[in-house]
Design a protein around this ligand. Sequence first.
Ligand SMILES: NC(=O)c1ccc[n+]([C@@H]2O[C@H](COP(=O)([O-])OP(=O)(O)OC[C@H]3O[C@@H](n4cnc5c(N)ncnc54)[C@H](O)[C@@H]3O)[C@@H](O)[C@H]2O)c1
Length: 344
Amino acid sequence: MSKLRMGFIGVGGIAQSRHIPAYLSMPEKVEIVAVQDLNQARAEEAAAKFNIPQVYGDYHDLFKVVDAVTICTPNKFHAEISIAALEAGVHVFCEKPMAITVAECERMLEASDKAGKLLSIAYHYRFMEASRVAKLAMEDIGDPLVTRVQALRRRKVPGWGVFTNKDLQGGGSLIDWGCHFLDLSLWLLDGPKPVEVMGSTYNRLSKTPDQLNDWGAFNHETFDVDDHVSAYIRFEDGSSMIFECSWAANIKEDTTHVSISGVDGGVNVFPLEIHQPKYGTFMTNAVTIEEDSAQVGLLQAQNFVESCLGEAELICKPQETLKVTQIIEAIYSSSETASSIKFS
Ligand SMILES: NC(=O)c1ccc[n+]([C@@H]2O[C@H](COP(=O)([O-])OP(=O)(O)OC[C@H]3O[C@@H](n4cnc5c(N)ncnc54)[C@H](O)[C@@H]3O)[C@@H](O)[C@H]2O)c1
């Protein structure tokens, strides 16, 4: 196969802003041949806008004319559509999170193994320059001890789309945004096995009327997802993670912090800094990186397309992203039961 035939299921915000432009910028390797969306008018608009030749009403028909699909539907449909595509012999690139539940993720993995087709998830933080350098720097910090994550937005509950719909998304700030930071941290740490998770979720602020919100309006009465989450995660290798994420924190400004303290040094990802005792003193190597979001999307698309063509190895493997969902599910469950969740 010299050129990959790509199809799209769901052509809303993220498909049009990130994935379609990324594939269109590598025409020598991939061609978008077909789209499908529950909203037929949107599918037709997207096809016209991006010059995509075929529009399908049923994704099973689309699978017959593609080698791979990119799935950009709400989270509820990730598993069902991925499995249908894999069973039809089509490689799958699915938006994050992999799925809402671990059971769904396991079925997706099984379908991928059975079909011998690739499955990857759009955890694009791995493709940021700061993340890629931090991954290399992990060698210098020795065995990891403590990981700290703070992904906090000051009063930015998404007031559009389906982000606050529990049935369609499975949750709020954690499953939507915190998932990126869990994935990035686990990837940097080389995927340690979680053994115990304790978490608390909140939505009291967003359930209160007349809240100030920078990202549009939402209905506080129907709001039924988390807007703030804290968790403590212990791993089999003895290391631990202190995790917090929020769409609606009462803080001075937005914060995205990921840092790992190891035995021989420490790494901070945003901004990128490497801390080490050296030459009898404490040294910090720091670099300012301006992330280019189009480039991040392109690197992610390139890795998937080249992996499908047999020219590269997947950077974001489904066995790894299943662990993200395992931790998310455990945090929700720990909060609900007010007890820690242990994995055998
Ligand atoms: N990687 C990121 O940073 C990032 C950013 C935004 C969204 N996302 C993820 O992308 C996915 C889509 O988000 P979005 O912002 O593009 O949403 P959106 O609402 O803008 O678009 C979703 C599209 O899917 C269509 N759709 C819904 N159910 C469908 C079904 N069963 N079959 C076919 N089409 C269906 C809708 O009609 C809509 O056009 C979500 O899983 C979200 O978590 C990821």
